[in-house]
Ligand binder design. Structure first.
Ligand SMILES: [Zn+2]
Length: 95
């Protein structure tokens, strides 16, 4: 009989990239990765901030603009990317 994987079960792994995985409760087959809710929240807040920041700063240079788009939606950004992100956002906010 084929399992339809109707019930899933979350296994917490606590890894950096893989917070947890969803498996089928019946046949234990791997179904999907689960994102860390805390990191997802930080990422969503950063994305909202980027959207707002782009709206508030229509004179952003094309390179900064494309940089902001490039880190949008990323769960993790490196410390170097974060420094650059902060340098763009604090520099342009001075009015
Ligand atoms: Zn199943």
């Amino acid at each position: 009989m084929t399992c339809l994987h109707e019930e899933k079960e979350l296994i917490i792994l606590n890894g950096k990239c893989h917070y947890g995985k969803n498996i089928c409760s019946n046949c234990k087959k791997f179904l999907s990765w689960e994102k860390n809710p805390e990191i997802t929240k930080i990422c969503e807040e950063r994305d909202l901030f980027i959207d707002q920041f782009i709206k508030d700063n229509p004179k952003l240079s094309p390179s900064n603009l494309s940089y902001l788009y490039s880190i949008k939606g990323k769960l993790f950004i490196t410390p170097k990317q974060n420094t650059y992100f902060n340098s763009i956002t604090s520099r342009s906010q001075v009015k």
